[in-house]
Design a protein around this ligand. Structure first.
Ligand SMILES: [Cu+2]
Length: 126
């Protein structure tokens, strides 16, 4: 009986891990696409973003991210930057602070081991 219960729990865990991300957006470039996603729905404040590099030849690059909102009437320019942490297998993770609701521009900076630089752009809404 206990074994059956354990198996059931493992299946439940597997299902929850396999669930689609709450947020997902693809930043495109000719060299590689990057899938930007979040397990939790995006909200104002700190958000953890996963950056999955699609082209394996860029998997060992250094990755950084900048999110920013241009100045608007009565509101200054806002930005949050982070060096992404290498989680292996082309997956990186970065915490960014989305300080208010609205549309944020997202720039992803990839620097390869041999110094090649890529900048990919996308955006997100909260
Ligand atoms: Cu604003």
């Amino acid at each position: 009986m206990k074994t059956v219960l354990k198996l059931f729990m493992l299946v439940l865990l597997g299902v929850s891990l396999a669930q689609a991300a709450a947020f997902e957006r693809v930043a495109k470039s000719s060299a590689t696409d990057v899938v930007v996603s979040s397990q939790k729905p995006l909200s104002t404040g700190e958000n953890t973003l996963q950056l999955k590099i699609q082209n394996p030849s860029y998997a060992d690059a250094t990755v950084a991210i900048k999110v920013f909102m241009p100045a608007m009437p009565g509101m200054p320019y806002m930005e949050s930057t982070a060096d992404a942490v290498d989680k292996g297998d082309g997956t990186f993770e970065a915490d960014v602070n989305l300080s208010m609701g609205g549309t944020w521009q997202v720039h992803i900076f990839i620097t390869t081991q041999d110094g090649q630089k890529l900048r990919l752009k996308t955006s997100l809404n909260i």
